[in-house]
Write a protein that binds this ligand. Sequence first.
Ligand SMILES: O=C(O)CCC(=O)C(=O)O
Length: 254
Amino acid sequence: MITPEQRQFFEENGYLKISNLLTSEEVTYYQNLYEDFLSNRIDASRYRSDLGGHIDDNISSVTERITQIMVPSRIVPDLLGKSLHIKTNALAKQLMGDDMALDFDMLIDKVPFSDTPTPWHQDCAYWIDMPDKRAVSCWVSLDEAKLDNGCMWYVSGSHLQPMRPHQPAGKGGGALECQATEEEGVAVGLQPGECVLHHGGTLHYSRGNSTDLRRRAFITNFRPAAMIALEREQGYDHTGDREVRNQGGTPATN
Ligand SMILES: O=C(O)CCC(=O)C(=O)O
């Protein structure tokens, strides 16, 4: 249950940490499933990309700097009936209304020593413009997330400000970036099974993983069912399929 104080904190700051979302048994279930996706035992190649592909150097010792797998629940539909989706949808409804429904989900993994920050951005910069701006992402950590393996940072209240100008983060990959610094931000460390919610307009970022620790995030995103219908009518479903990108001119997959 979200308390009135938590709701007020979210409304004012644009993010909110939730402790004890998943039990340790549930965390183990999602960690195992995550490994099946990463190792291609579950084939998600169609929806897999490197969110760190904008980094232009030849010294990478990892094949993907930031592994992003879109719409895992489209590949494993049973996920929709499991605890992470059910609990995060309930949080989204409590925060923003009963019409909040799952728009997309994704896995974002930063392998040890991949050392690649996620650029500062606002999710709404990736999306088509919608009349109803309600949107919330639930970033569920399957590992301890701390500063140097890439916990999330947020600029408090940025969802209440005009969106900052965004540009492609580099030549490769689909990531967007805008101007912001850690001095403006707040870091939110998490234990496995905890999550942090952020509004679609909240400015956020994470450092690279410069440690030997894992940093696996399972993310669900919710918005009003009517806005999801509007997106789909325009061929926009967050899969990053070339067909959809070309139609919509959408630069990336978030
Ligand atoms: O996991 C990350 O580093 C970035 C996550 C993110 O940008 C998001 O959930 O919107």
